[in-house]
Design a protein around this ligand. Structure first.
Ligand SMILES: Nc1nc2c([nH]c(=O)n2[C@H]2C[C@H](O)[C@@H](COP(=O)(O)OP(=O)(O)OP(=O)(O)O)O2)c(=O)[nH]1
Ligand SMILES: [Mg+2]
Length: 310
């Protein structure tokens, strides 16, 4: 079966809404909804195809696009390789140049459909925020940590990993209760770095697997967010085969918590992130001001421990 390579654009407004288009009459899968984009022609890079397709289909000029995910999917009649980009800056208001219907939509609350089958995990991925914070009560002390968590929530933090390996079961339960009570009004999602049963029993939104526990896993738990720590192509491939929700890839830069680990550097990070079909957060030496750079290297966002708490 032939492989169709396509460049696909997530046009994203500052309020998080993304542009969807209905596939026009006469094309395969007419009437289904998709993100704007189209086939990569011979001799074109995915980025050039993206720029051309958005000009042809929407009359917009891409100002800046960052590579996001590479999704492979098998339709009954074809295999597709979709190179997704996030586009936050463009010129001109998108208009329908091919008679297709257009609609701005919140990724978690679509009012149009159905979406092309390949795109199902894409919407869930888009609902993940740019910053993934990792708790550091061990170093800060619980009181100071909870204070900083409160200000981070006020400033927009919506995704957190509770990673406090020094705590006893009772200590963890007490801290978890406080953290979940604080995050709940913000609808922030909290993952436990620990075992699945404890995460469920304490009411976490999900679980974050260490690389070792990821590699021992043969099936992902259902009905909860599942993330994992990865350091190389092998771990990333396993996370993808389990269809986890996202991964963190580290260490990008030298970090105090793992001083002897070999660093990926931004180039090593980009090589792995570009091939990933899961959202990838860059971890290791990150600071909030590195977000833009991380996006350019194919990251969904950045994960931070010390950098998250000011
Ligand atoms: N544009 C786009 N294509 C997608 C998405 N999801 C998905 O599976 N596809 C598939 C459908 C197609 O097989 C392929 C893209 O081809 P296309 O039909 O948009 O190509 P095109 O604009 O160059 O159209 P054409 O003139 O060559 O018919 O990727 C998506 O979200 N957007
Ligand atoms: Mg198209």
């Amino acid at each position: 079966m032939s492989v169709v390579r396509a460049a696909v654009a997530i046009l994203q407004r500052p309020d998080g809404q993304v542009l969807l288009a209905e596939r026009p009459v006469g094309k395969p899968w007419e009437g289904w909804w998709e993100f704007p984009g189209g086939k990569i022609e011979a001799g074109e890079t995915p980025f050039h195809a993206l720029v051309r397709e958005l000009r042809e289909e929407l009359g917009v000029e891409v100002e800046k696009a960052t590579p996001w995910m590479l999704r492979r999917f098998d339709y009954p009649d074809r295999k597709v390789e979709l190179h997704f980009f996030i586009v936050r800056d463009w010129q001109h208001e998108p208009r329908s140049c091919e008679g297709q219907q257009l609609s701005w939509q919140h990724p978690t609350a679509l009012t149009v459909g159905p979406m092309l089958p390949a795109n199902e995990p894409i919407l869930a991925a888009l609902s993940l925020p740019s910053i993934y914070a990792i708790s550091n009560a061990a170093e800060l002390g619980e009181k100071a940590f909870l204070n900083r968590l409160q200000s981070a929530l006020d400033q927009g933090l919506r995704l957190l990993q509770l990673r406090e390996k020094h705590l006893s079961a009772d200590g963890l339960q007490r801290l978890a209760e406080q953290v979940l009570k604080m995050t709940q009004p913000y609808q922030a999602r909290v993952l436990l770095n620990g075992d699945v049963d404890t995460a469920r029993a304490l009411g976490f939104s999900g679980v974050h697997f260490s690389a070792a526990s990821l590699m021992a896993l043969s099936e992902r738990p259902q009905q909860m967010l599942c993330a994992a720590s990865c350091h190389d192509a092998r771990e990333l491939a396993h996370a993808q085969s389990l269809a986890l929700d996202f991964v963190v890839l580290s260490p990008v830069l030298p970090t105090l918590s793992h001083p002897d680990a070999p660093v990926l550097g931004w180039d090593g990070f980009a090589d792995l992130a570009h091939e990933s079909s899961l959202p990838v957060y860059a971890l290791g030496g990150m600071q909030p001001e590195y977000l833009e750079q991380a996006w350019q290297q194919g990251a969904h966002g950045i994960a931070m421990m010390r950098g998250a708490w000011g």
